[in-house]
Design a protein around this ligand. Structure first.
Ligand SMILES: Nc1nc2c(c(=O)[nH]1)N[C@H]1C(S)=C(S)[C@@H](COP(=O)(O)OP(=O)(O)OC[C@H]3O[C@@H](n4cnc5c(N)ncnc54)[C@H](O)[C@@H]3O)O[C@H]1N2
Ligand code: MOO
Length: 438
């Protein structure tokens, strides 16, 4: 067994890099292998699911998407004003305005007739610029500076020349028909879906979400909703990490196994071959019934089990496990069982990698810095992650103590507060770094 529990604790950055080195290529390989195939997604269906309150599923494009139609689809006006031929206004000056008869107005959504020479046609923002016109003078710069009633035979005066192209949004100036609209790898958020709809794209190829096996270990665990016997606890980690993984763009299969190596082996052997990553909670520390460590920390392909210099989340495991009938090896990220430890471990080590692979937003938790509303103590050798919230004055307040069993205090938190190694105590007013959780 590779075991450095009794030796030095691995720095957080070093462990994060080790997890990234294992997990990121495996997620990419799963995609290349076709375990996460490109699958068609209707833009309208993505939007309908989001509108129904289900949220916008994190999806990245698996293939380039081209524009079905040009954007803009026709030359159109950037301003409410007069479409003119710039040549007609060439001699206009403040003391010698050019006077033109007003033609038929062009509302948005109508196709105007060509503009006759020596005419100015009222044109609204977004409406087609008539053929023959090559510029728009905004209404404020015309005399009079408001549109006449249609068909009244009015005239309009211009006291300045206008350059050809002024306030004309050219056909294809955003994207040409058939040109690359969004490149493979682009996460689909609001602006991207807007661009797809605008460019007439009905269906895109997206990467299927990575399939993650989440195993909660512990003979004391009872699945959600079932009655508790003596000394039993509900599987909180299964719930918290299923939600967290799903928000990070993964598809999740959950299992609860007792502290029996054969039970864990049976679950792993029964998995389909599209699983890209195994996450476990519990069974990694120094006790007598550490099923993850005992099962996966032995032999030639043993995973690393040790301590990271972080609290909570100290005991960690990392390696590969054999899955399914063919024994294909996939990354194993083993988190400690305490619910706050498991969640903080996920935030530190896994969420950034998954979000980068799936396009989940935010790719990184937004970070901030604020003064403490209260003093706090921290183990100087460790990076401590406390749970808190900002008060009305923008100061950081803890939502509970440092104990890694305090799940309701985590549930009340809106920020994770970082106290770096080397710091034993911070006073009220000292500033701390935090990550926003929501
Ligand atoms: N002698 C030592 N004991 C412990 C050490 C140590 O270094 N030496 N480390 C402590 C720390 S820190 C942590 S964190 C835990 C990690 O232990 P395990 O990963 O082996 O987790 P378990 O022992 O299986 O469980 C710990 C705790 O969490 C509860 N739990 C586990 N899974 C779930 C779940 N899915 N839902 C809800 N609650 C869960 C479990 O009942 C225990 O209370 O070890 C310390 N001990
Ligand atoms: O590392 Mo444990 O995660 O402190 O409770």
């Amino acid at each position: 067994m590779h075991d450095d529990v009794t030796h030095q604790r691995r720095p957080v950055a070093e462990h994060a890099a080790a997890v990234a080195a294992l997990v990121t290529p495996a997620l990419a390989a799963a995609r290349d292998r076709g375990a996460e195939p490109a699958e068609p997604a209707e833009v309208a269906a993505l939007l309908a699911a989001a509108a129904s309150g289900a949220g916008l599923a994190p999806r990245v494009l698996a293939r380039d998407a081209g524009a079905a139609v040009a954007l803009p689809g026709f030359d159109n006006s950037q301003m409410d004003g007069y479409a003119v031929r710039s040549a007609d206004l060439a001699g206009a000056a403040p003391g010698a305005p050019v006077t033109l008869p007003v033609g038929a107005p062009v509302p948005a959504g109508t196709q105007p007739p060509p503009l006759g020479p020596g005419t100015a046609a009222p044109v609204m923002t977004g409406a087609p610029v008539p053929a023959g016109a090559d510029a728009v003078v905004k209404i404020e710069d015309a005399d009079p500076p408001s549109f006449p009633a249609p068909g009244t035979g009015a005239v309009v005066r211009f006291a300045a020349p206008v350059d050809a192209g002024t306030f004309v949004r050219r056909l294809g100036s955003d994207v040409a028909a058939g040109a690359l609209l969004l490149a493979a790898g682009t996460p689909l958020g609001g602006p991207q879906l807007g661009a797809l709809v605008a460019a007439g794209v009905v269906e895109v190829q997206v990467a299927a979400p990575p399939h993650v096996l989440l195993v909660s270990t512990g003979s004391e665990l009872v699945p959600a909703g079932q009655p508790l016997g003596p000394a039993q606890v509900h599987d909180a980690n299964g719930a918290a990490l299923t939600a967290a993984l799903a928000q990070a763009g993964a598809r999740v299969t959950t299992r609860v196994v007792p502290d029996e190596p054969d039970a864990l082996r049976g679950v792993l052997a029964g998995m389909p071959d599209d699983v890209a990553l195994v996450v476990t909670t519990g069974g990694v520390s120094a006790g007598a019934y550490e099923v993850v460590r005992q099962t996966l920390g032995e032999g030639p392909d043993a995973a690393w089990f040790g301590h990271v210099a972080v609290q909570p989340g100290g005991p960690q495991g990392l390696g590969t496990v054999a899955l399914g009938a063919d024994g294909r090896r996939v990354p194993l990220v083993a988190f400690p069982g305490n619910p706050v430890s498991a969640f903080v471990s996920f935030e530190l080590f896994l969420r950034p990698l998954l979000a980068a692979a799936t396009g989940a937003v935010p790719a990184r938790r937004p970070a901030g810095r604020a003064p403490l509303a209260e003093p706090l103590d921290s183990p100087p050798a460790l990076h401590q992650v406390r749970r808190g919230a900002l008060d009305d004055a923008g100061r950081v307040r803890m939502t509970g103590g440092p104990g890694s069993h305090l799940l309701t205090h985590l549930a009340a938190a809106t920020i994770l507060v970082h106290v770096p190694p080397g710091v034993g105590r911070l006073e009220r007013g000292d500033t701390v770094d935090y990550w926003e959780l929501r």
